[in-house]
Design a protein around this ligand. Structure first.
Ligand code: LFR
Length: 473
């Protein structure tokens, strides 16, 4: 096998990027060619993604990619999960909603009246999140929004469609809809039928690591190349791609994919569907190569970014690195609160919501921004430690190492406090795990590398040596 280059389009909840990955037998080099912001847009009907702006960012990133690498072999897309566009033929019907929109409450009631949470857990293995696709679709159904639609494409599948003209549903991300059965990982026709959803909406499922088609000729012209480029599937759920690139060497390693959300858990061969697991709200999402991502969503760096946004709107601008350094040396009392309280889910004034939570729970309210930042980071670390203890218990595994990947791996205070509160060594990095996982699964499908996820992870560990944090007494 010889080396080659592929491009990852990785869309996160706060930014998107296009990265080139040069991969060979013992070689892995990543280079960023484009970065663009992703911000929610509120219109009269609710909270949306600016999907066309993201697509434009992806296309202009591809233009830079082929300029840098004329021999580019392929491209694949990943993004956050659960959200989708409805289409009729080629036409997108309306702008996709943001999962933090509150329209889904009615959908939850409708779905649970037909299929109660205990039954759902046995069928789809998913943690309850009010924005899971099935609740969103049920809400759409209630207001007639499905009437004209003949297909539903999850966000990465939508971009894949726009690039290639092929409508598919990549399996890892489809597993987050709630409409794929956890045992066979096929569309749950019976559930779809009972919910009254049109079966025709759901395209054929495709595993990560397949060729879907080629970048359409008009797009090749637009990005300025005459060279054919394959469109591939990868773990199109960003968390699935991130887990591929967690440099787990120990068989007893856990991971935290730390970005807007923190996804905290372990990789398993088989799902855990016990009542205790359901009650603890652990999910069994579909991973690359049929693995199970057994994890829980912890609220994540969203609490920090929304706090900064709130202060900025009030005319106070802070630089986060500076605040974090000061938060690290804060020696006053530190309030630990429940970061997963549902009030923190929608966009808004986080500092006020955190203070309200503290008042209601007789906790000291953080006074200054530094104190609040310390309180958020400390509370996240505590949530990580708790979640990992429960993950180990429920899955019958033991954990001796904690990997932190994604943006949060660069947050030294968070990594150190995670080591302290878990009592385990933390291995931090790579920061771009999601794009790396995207690149590696494509590279393997292109024959540039071979082997199991373990050998891909060994390659990541060599190319991006993690930074080690040791628990303090
Ligand atoms: C992380 C993530 C989580 C999913 C949330 C919403 O970016 O994909 O895994 O629960 O976003 O889609």
């Amino acid at each position: 096998t010889s080396a080659g280059t592929v491009a990852a389009i990785d869309l996160g909840a706060s930014s998107g990027r296009v990265m080139l990955g040069h991969v060979g037998h013992n070689e892995l080099k990543m280079r960023s060619v484009a970065r663009f912001a992703n911000a929610a847009v509120r219109t009269i009907d609710g909270l949306h993604w600016d999907i066309l702006d993201l697509y434009r960012g992806a296309i202009s990133g591809l233009r830079s990619a082929v300029r840098d690498e004329p021999e580019l072999l392929g491209v694949a897309v990943d993004s956050w999960a659960v959200d989708y566009a409805l289409l009729r033929g080629q036409r997108m019907l309306g702008n996709p909603f943001h999962y933090r929109d509150t329209r889904t409450a009615a959908g939850v009631t409708t779905v649970h009246a037909i299929a109660p949470p205990t039954e759902l857990y046995g069928r789809n293995g998913l943690q309850f999140l009010p924005f899971n696709t099935l609740y969103q679709l049920a809400a759409d159904q209630l207001d007639g929004a499905l009437n004209d639609a003949d297909s539903m494409l999850l966000i990465p599948d939508l971009i894949t469609y726009w690039l290639s003209g092929e409508k598919i549903a990549e399996r890892t991300n489809a597993s987050t809809t709630g409409l794929v059965d956890v045992a066979g990982r096929e569309w749950d026709d019976e559930l779809i039928d009972r919910l009254g959803l049109p079966r025709g909406l759901f395209p054929r499922l495709v595993d990560a690591g397949n060729r879907v088609g080629s970048v359409l000729p008009e797009i090749l012209a637009e990005i300025g190349t005459g060279h054919s480029i394959d469109v591939m599937t990868v773990g199109s759920h960003d968390t699935a791609s991130a887990v591929v690139a967690v440099p787990m060497i120990s068989g007893n390693a856990a991971y935290i994919s730390s970005g807007t959300w923190s996804l905290v858990g372990v990789e398993l061969a088989e799902p855990v569907l016990t009542e205790a697991s359901r009650a603890a709200n652990f999910t069994n999402e579909g991973g690359v190569d049929g693995r199970v991502r057994y994890l829980r969503n912890v609220m994540g760096l969203w609490l920090l970014s929304e706090s900064l946004r709130t202060w900025e709107l009030a005319g106070q601008t802070f630089d986060l690195p500076g605040l974090l350094v000061q938060a690290g040396t804060w020696s006053g009392p530190v309030t630990v609160f429940d970061v997963d309280d549902p009030r923190f889910l929608p966009p808004g004034d986080m500092p006020s919501r955190i203070c309200a939570y503290c008042r209601e729970h007789d906790l000291r309210e953080p006074v200054t921004p530094v104190e609040l930042v310390r309180s958020i980071v400390e509370s996240l670390a505590e949530a990580y430690a708790h979640t990992l203890r429960v993950a180990a218990e429920l899955s019958g595994t033991s954990i001796d190492t904690v990997h932190v990947v994604g943006g949060g791996s660069q947050n030294e205070l968070l990594c150190q406090l995670t080591a302290d509160r878990t009592g385990l060594p933390v291995l931090a990095g790579p920061v771009e795990a999601t794009a790396i996982g995207n690149v590696l699964v494509q590279a393997r499908a292109q024959g540039l590398v071979t082997g199991s996820l373990e050998s891909l992870r060994a390659l990541v560990a060599r190319a991006f040596a993690p930074r080690r944090y040791v628990p303090r007494a």
